[in-house]
Design a protein around this ligand. Structure first.
Ligand SMILES: *[C@@H]1O[C@H](CO)[C@@H](O)[C@H](O)[C@H]1NC(C)=O
Length: 383
C-alpha cells in the first residue's frame, strides 16, 4: 500500500487569485523559519483531520483474468518488450479482502482510497459487457469497509483502460472516450454511489497523457507523436467534466458526494532567485499542475504560458467547452511528490531542482487557484 493522507480544508489568508498569484510563494518562504513555524511543526492535528491509505487496482488486485475480468492496457503493456514485473497477482487483494480490511482497521485510518478496475466491471469498457462478479467484488469491499467504519475514496480511472478500448478506438486519443467514460462513471455512481462521498474521476492525467501517450514509459506505451499528449489531456479534461456534470445533475442531491481529478506535482526550487527564474518555475508548474488545474479551477482554459509556448500544438476549447470544464472540481486533489511528473521532460527543466516541500506547494496551489479546499490524496517519493 502507498501511504497517503487526506487533509481537511487548509485555509490560508489571501486575496482572490490573480494570474501568476503563485509567484509570491518563493519570496514568502525565502527566509525560514517563519514566525509561527514552531506551532506549525509541533501542534497536534485537528480532530477532523482525515488520515487515509490508498492503493490502485492494478497494483494490488491481482486476479487479472479471473471471473470474467477483461484485460486492461496494463495487462498487455507488461507483457510487451522486456518488462519483468506484472500486476498479474499484485498483492492479491482480490482474494484477500478480509486480510486487507484487518490491515486497514489496524492502521486506524478513517478513509481508504482505492480504484475500480474498469475492465473488471465492464470487460470491454462498455455496458453491454457488464460483469456482475467483478462488480460484486467492489460491492463487498465497500460493505466491509462500512462495517469497520472506514469511508471509501474511490478512483474511477487509475491508468488501467480496458484494452479493448485501446485496440479498437485508440484509447484516450479518441474523443469518443469522453462519452464512454461518462457512461462508465454513470454505472459506477449508480452501483456504488450511495456509499461513496469522495470520488476521484481520473488519477494523474499528466502521467496518462504525457507518459502513456508521449514518452511511452507507462501503458499503453505509445510514443513518437510529441503533440498527442495534449490531445489526450484535452479528452481527459472533457471526460472528467462530463462525469462531473452527470453527477451534479443526477446524483449529487441524493448521494451528497464530492468529485475531483487527482493532480500530481512536487515542489521546484529555482536555479537562481531572480524573477526570471521564478517565472520559469511558474511556467513549469503550469505545464504540469496548471495544464489541468487552471481549466478546472479558473476559467476552463489552459495557462497562458502553456498557450504561448505551445501555440497550435495545444488544442483549444470552444466557449461552450470552457463553460463545461470550468468549475468541475469540488476540491483540489493533490498527489504530492510523484517523481514521474517533471522528470524526463527536458523542455520543462530550466535548471531547477525538484523539492519535497509540501508546504510551499500547498501555499502555491492556494494562491494560484483561489483557495480551494485541498486534499492530499497521495504522498510518496519514488523513482
Ligand atoms: C462489448 O461486449 C458486449 C457483450 O459481448 C457486446 O454486445 C458489445 O458489442 C461489445 N462492445 C464493443 C464496443 O465491442
Amino acid at each position: 500500500m502507498k501511504v497517503l493522507l487526506l487533509c481537511t480544508c487548509l485555509s490560508f489568508t489571501s486575496a482572490a487569485a490573480k494570474p501568476n498569484a503563485g509567484l509570491r510563494t518563493w519570496g514568502r518562504f525565502s527566509k525560514l523559519p517563519y514566525p509561527g513555524d514552531k506551532a506549525f511543526l509541533y501542534d497536534t492535528f485537528p480532530k477532523d483531520f482525515i488520515w487515509a491509505v490508498g492503493t490502485a487496482a492494478y497494483q494490488v488486485e491481482g486476479a487479472f483474468e479471473k471471473d470474467g475480468k477483461g484485460l486492461s492496457i496494463w495487462d498487455t503493456f507488461t507483457r510487451g518488450g522486456n518488462r519483468m514485473a506484472t500486476g498479474d497477482v499484485g498483492s492479491d487483494s482480490y482474494h484477500n479482502i478480509q486480510a486487507d480490511i484487518r490491515a486497514i482497521r489496524q492502521l486506524g485510518v478513517s478513509h481508504y482510497r482505492f480504484s475500480l478496475s474498469w475492465s473488471r466491471i465492464l470487460p470491454n469498457g462498455t455496458r453491454g459487457s457488464y460483469n456482475e462478479i467483478g462488480t460484486n467484488y467492489y460491492r463487498s469491499l465497500i460493505k466491509k469497509l462500512k462495517e469497520i467504519r472506514v469511508q471509501p475514496v474511490v478512483t474511477l480511472y487509475h491508468w488501467d483502460l480496458p484494452d479493448h478500448l485501446q485496440q479498437t478506438l485508440g484509447g484516450w486519443s479518441n474523443p469518443e472516450l469522453v462519452g464512454i467514460f461518462k457512461d462508465y462513471a454513470d454505472f459506477c455512481f449508480q452501483a456504488f454511489g450511495d456509499d461513496v462521498k469522495y470520488w476521484i474521476t481520473i488519477d494523474n492525467p499528466f502521467v496518462v497523457a504525457r507518459h502513456g501517450y508521449g514518452t511511452g514509459v507507462v501503458a499503453p506505451g505509445i510514443k513518437n507523436d510529441p503533440d498527442l499528449p495534449f490531445r489526450i489531456g484535452h479528452n481527459l479534461l472533457k471526460a472528467h467534466a462530463a462525469a462531473w456534470h452527470l453527477y451534479h445533475r443526477h446524483y449529487r442531491t441524493r448521494q451528497q458526494g464530492k468529485l475531483s481529478m487527482a493532480l500530481a506535482s512536487h515542489w521546484i526550487k529555482p536555479s537562481r532567485t531572480r524573477l526570471e527564474s521564478l517565472r520559469e518555475c511558474q511556467c513549469s508548474l503550469d505545464h504540469v499542475l496548471g495544464w489541468f488545474a487552471r481549466p478546472l479551477f479558473i476559467d476552463g482554459d489552459y495557462p497562458p504560458c502553456m498557450k504561448a509556448r505551445l501555440g497550435s500544438r495545444l488544442p483549444s476549447f470552444t466557449r461552450e467547452e470552457r463553460e463545461q470544464v470550468r468549475g468541475t472540481a469540488d476540491f483540489f486533489a493533490l498527489s504530492h511528490g510523484a517523481a514521474l511528473s517533471f522528470q524526463l521532460i527536458d523542455s520543462l527543466n530550466f535548471g531547477q531542482q525538484e523539492d519535497l516541500d509540501l508546504r510551499m506547494l500547498l501555499y502555491w496551489v492556494n494562491a494560484e487557484y483561489n483557495k480551494p479546499p485541498i486534499f492530499v490524496v497521495q504522498s510518496g517519493w519514488w523513482v
